[in-house]
Design a protein around this ligand. Sequence first.
Ligand code: S3P
Length: 440
Amino acid sequence: MSLVLSSEKAQSGLKGSIRVPGDKSMSHRAVMFSSLATGVSRITGLLEGEDVMATLAAFRAMGVEADGPSNGNLIISGVGMRGLREPENDLDMGNSGTAMRLMSGILAAQNFSSKLVGDESLSSRPMRRVTVPLTSMGARCATDENGCPPIHIRAVEKLEPIDYKLPMASAQVKSAVLLAGLYADGRTTVTEPAPTRDHTERMLQAYGYECKSEKISEQVTKVSVNGGGELTANDIDIPADISSAAFFMVAASIVPGSDLLLEHVCINPTRTGIVDILQGMGADIRLTNEREIGGEPVADIRVRYVGLKGSKIDPNLVPLAIDEFPVICIAAANASGVTTVSGAEELRAKESDRISVMVEGLRNVGVEVEERRDGMVITGGPIKGGEVQSHHDHRIAMSFAVAGGVSQSGVKINGAEAVATSFPNFVDLASTAGLVITQT
Ligand code: S3P
């Protein structure tokens, strides 16, 4: 069933206080670690989006008992590191790259076989980036001949540790190797070429598993774990997802008269590139009430309207805002002057090819944009409006809903059901804040 969103020019600014749903990366990891822990874990603030539900369903299919989720609360009775059962059917990861890549790290170490499958979008995403390092640890796993899902995993008795240099800045690949490393016979080390989200490292510690990070230089970090340990059950409160808050940061920055407070947002420094990029474009964004919750920094974020100006985005900020580029493109389209995005070729390997899909959509709504191999050049100006396709990508759909709020004639988004993967109540919350979005 295809859902269509129609987003109209907002008549007044975005106002009030809202809390967007729980962090997607943390929600996946909380379900995984609680399932593999010894004892009962209580999760609050869980994102109940389709992606996280795919992870939960996979653990249930392997014998994990869970009560919920309801209103973000989920209680999981962990089965211990070696307590999973062979699933009877293929494990369907839906649209979620995080679920598929992190699960392959865990499943590659089990003494039973499994097969990971996904939807049309996930089935065209690169998976050799995980099967290659896992195979060098002794795992028996394979993708299809194009390097895409399904991933077939066969039983192993044990894994060998590796010292792995990530060929790209990817928290999913880093995490897959570290999770397999929990089962390896010795110390597994991953070296990342640039800082990527470190929720796996932080959450392992929160579940009582030692994980060491050592900064080698400004960009390079080495992360290591010793195999053979145990995870201990934990009560975890998941803050709001900055990647979901980002749609409102941009909307409030570009809709005249806005003054919006985004509550309880995770501001882990590996995720705050969006704040730096928008501030670099002149945005009025302030972090208030900063505190620490469950090993992660959290703040309320106040955003007030101010006309944005184009900027040359620092490529070093790309991994720190990797999921926010679709909506950053909307900010750039509405800004005065030219914005250049470079060093962002990884955007082509997301839920859609986010460079070509954003270029197509921006042109459809009347924005001048030049496509580059590793980014794009956007000339800001009035957004006329028009019709776009989500290409099964939640963040593309929500970004164009934000564009509609400043468009002359409205933006129609086809395939908007994808929003449910990460932000099921997006339309309601956006309407509460002051965006005029209808669904048909
Ligand atoms: C994620 C890592 C990022 C990000 C994704 C979530 C994670 O992917 O785009 O939405 O939870 O580890 P990559 O590791 O492919 O950059």
